[in-house]
Write a new protein. Structure first.
Length: 87
């Protein structure tokens, strides 16, 4: 499971690095990229995805499946929050 956690951390770190590079190019873009955390629709979609995949993943691969379900839920929320206008 150690390798799974490391790989999941690398995926999240890649998103943070992507945000940092975008922020260097255009100040304020990092905040816009992470606004999905305040978008209830994106958060709910990510949570539902994580829950559904987590239940399936736990049955198939136990802890490793749950870790990847969490990463998938995070990516779904991140993707749904992109491109939507600020409220």
């Amino acid at each position: 499971m150690g390798a799974t956690l490391l790989l999941a951390a690398i995926v999240v770190a890649a998103l943070v690095i992507k945000t940092a590079l975008a922020e260097l190019g255009e100040p304020g873009s990092g905040r816009r990229q992470w606004m999905f955390l305040t978008d209830s629709r994106a958060v709910v979609a990510g949570a539902v995805t994580a829950l559904a995949l987590g239940l399936l993943g736990w049955r198939v691969a136990e802890g490793e499946g749950a870790v990847w379900a969490g990463v998938a839920g995070f990516l779904v929320a991140f993707a749904m929050g992109q491109g939507r206008g600020s409220r």
